[in-house]
Design a binder for this molecule. Sequence first.
Ligand SMILES: *Cc1c(COP(=O)(O)O)cnc(C)c1O
Length: 390
Amino acid sequence: MPENIFDKADRLKQLPPYLFVEIDRAKRKLVEQGTDVIDLGVGDPDLPTPQPIIQKLQKTAEDPANHRYSFTEGLPLLRFAIARWYSKRFHVELDPQTEVLPLLGSKEGIAHFPLAVVNPSDAVLIPDPCYPPYRSGTILAGAEGVSLPLLEENGFFPDLGAISQKTARRARLLFLNYPNNPTAAVASAGQFQEAIDLAETYGWIVAHDAAYSEIAFDGARPMSFLELPGSKDVGVEFHSLSKTYQMTGWRVGWVCGNAKWIAALRQLKTNLDSGIFQPIQLAAIEALESDPSGLEEVLATYQKRRDLLVEGLGKAGWKLPKPSASFYIWARVPTKESSMVFAARLLEKAHVILTPGVGFGPSGEGFVRLSLTLATERIQEAVDRITKVL
Ligand SMILES: *Cc1c(COP(=O)(O)O)cnc(C)c1O
């Protein structure tokens, strides 16, 4: 028997290593010993999905007509509901037939998008630090990822003017994500406009990920990339119900914008999946048509937690920024340690988990990400424990 029979494919070997192995192992050991570990690392809402959405799923799941294969392109009613939501929220008009495509969660669409629009010789411009699927989708498509550092002095927006002519010409796709995970930065119209102008010049596709557009505080209203003139000629926007309606486990999102690239992704997906379970699509419509004021209570909860964390750790001498959007705090490591060493020490000494910034890319070094998706009492407890260790 050839010795490489159990080898995985070469393309999987090219994916970046999982950087949190050590921390995961340490966490598991502590939990097995019965230690109470507070995990500020996860980016998954702790609050439940609103009741009317759950009830819609329950009711429609009873109907045998909903038990069959659905279509990749999704129910027309869902595409209409998405277009209507964009019109109401952003004053962006979308053709539900050609400019909207439901996804099995936006991660699925993001990771598959390079496979649909990028050739192996192309370069893909990827922010660093970033949400991992931009890079893994690029690698799986056989394209070359080019990192664009997100620096604090540039408001965590890539310095697009600093990209060399040579790279700019080879690039086919630019990923952007605002409000940003992990930095919590919000982009301005001017920053988006610069991306659109360069995309027109060099023939880039801009793929903007707006998963956190509704998670904002102090009256902030993050914009859609598609609000800008010319955006639809150069780009698409990924969106999701996951963060807005606490529906991460449901797996429903969408991409909207340029019809050509959406058609390419649809063609790819007809070969990969058979659409979203219909009751989930019907529940998604329920969510999109719900009164937006339902979100206010959720945002007030995140905001209270944010303030508790920022003020609590501020008293301990760790100055954290107060983000205006997303449910993350992106904070400088308050010591001389690397983000990995600092996080490992907090886990060992305080039994609190933070995500080391370097896990999101080399430019994330020097930062850690704290998530606001834990109950207020737990956040207070985390503040107390971290204070003792600092
Ligand atoms: C959570 C998140 C998403 C949403 O993913 P789904 O697959 O729709 O659940 C997308 N982008 C970023 C940056 C995220 O953090």
